[in-house]
Design a protein around this ligand. Sequence first.
Ligand SMILES: NC(=O)c1ccc[n+]([C@@H]2O[C@H](COP(=O)([O-])OP(=O)(O)OC[C@H]3O[C@@H](n4cnc5c(N)ncnc54)[C@H](OP(=O)(O)O)[C@@H]3O)[C@@H](O)[C@H]2O)c1
Length: 333
Amino acid sequence: MPENHVARLAQRPKGEVKDSDFDIREEAIADPGDGEFRVRSQYVSLDPAMRGWMNEGKSYVPPVGIGEVMRGYAAGTVEASRNPKFSEGDTVTGLFGVQTHALSDGKGVAHADTSLAPLQTWVGGLGMPGLTAYYGLLKVAEAKAGETVVVSAASGAVGQVVGQIARLTGCRAVGIAGGPDKCRALTEDFGFDAAVDYKAGNLFADLRTAAPDGIDVDFENVGGDIFDTVLAQMNPFGRVAVCGLISMYNATELPPGPKNLRNVLVMRLRIQGFIVFDFARHNSETLKTLGGWYKDGKLKFKEDVREGGIAAFPATLRQLYTGGNFGKLILKL
Ligand SMILES: NC(=O)c1ccc[n+]([C@@H]2O[C@H](COP(=O)([O-])OP(=O)(O)OC[C@H]3O[C@@H](n4cnc5c(N)ncnc54)[C@H](OP(=O)(O)O)[C@@H]3O)[C@@H](O)[C@H]2O)c1
C-alpha cells in the first residue's frame, strides 16, 4: 500500500518560510467513508497566499492550525469513491492540501476536463488564478474598452491572464515585471502592449512611457513602491483592484503606507480589495468563458512546474517571494 506524503504546519513562520516550519512525513492512507472519495493529487498549486494562511490573526479564512495539513489547491485523479458524484478515474481540483492523497466529501471540488487542457492548467489559468484575473479586472475594476490597465507581477499566474483579458476587452495592457526575460515574454508571448522592468530602476519614467495617457485601472498584485508609483499616474475616476500585496507577505514589521494617497482624493479614485471566493457563484460560467478563449487560442498560460514532490514544498514556495518562478508555480507530486 502506498503512503500519503504530507506537509503539516509545524510552527508559524517568522519572515521567510523555512524548511523547519513544516513537518514533512509519510502517513497511512485512509479509505473513504460514506459520501467521500479519495484523490491522488498530481499537481499542487503554490500560491503567494499560502504565506498569509500560516499567520495567526483575522483574515478571510482561518489560519492553518499547527499540526494540520498545509492548505493548498491541487489537481488529481479519484482513486476510490463512495460519493455518487465522483467516480474512480475522474480528474478533479479542490483544496486537497499539500499531500499526495486526500479524502474529500466533494465540497468545493470541480471536475477538470483534460480533453480541453492538461490537468496542471486546472490549478492555473483555468483554475483559481485565472478566475482571480477575470473577476478582479472585469467585476472589481470594471475595465472598459479604450482604457489603460496596469498589472504588477505581470508574468505570474494571475498577472499574465489579466493582461490578456485586458487586451481581449479592448484595453491597453501594460505589465510590470522583474527583469528583461519576463518583460519580453509579456509583449512577445502574451500580447501586452508594453512591459516595464521595475528592477531597471526607472519605474516612474518607464511607466509614463508605457502608459502615456495615464492609468485607468491598476490591478495591484505587489504593493509597496510599485503601488505608490502607479497611484501617482492614475487618471480621474480610475479604479484600483487590490488583488495582492506580495512585497509585504514576509514582512516582520508594518511597511510604510502609500505616499501618494493624495491622488486618491484629487483623482477621485476607487480602491477595492477582493478575494476570488467572493465570486464563487460565477465560477462555472466564468470557466466556460476562459476555457472558450483558451480553446480558440486567445488565452495562453505559462506554467512553471517543479519536480521534487512534497519534500520540495518549502523551498519551492520560497521562489514566489523572490521572483524565482516564471509563470504559474506548480509542484508535481
Ligand atoms: N485576491 C485574491 O483572491 C487572489 C487570488 C490569487 C492571487 N492573489 C494575489 O495575486 C498576486 C499574484 O499571485 P500569483 O499566484 O499570480 O503569483 P505569481 O505572480 O505567479 O508569483 C509571484 C510574483 O510576484 C513577484 N514578486 C514577488 N515579490 C515581489 C516584490 N517584493 N516586489 C515586486 N514583485 C514581487 C515576482 O515576480 P517578478 O519577478 O516580476 O518580481 C513573483 O514571480 C499575489 O499578491 C497573490 O497574493 C490574490
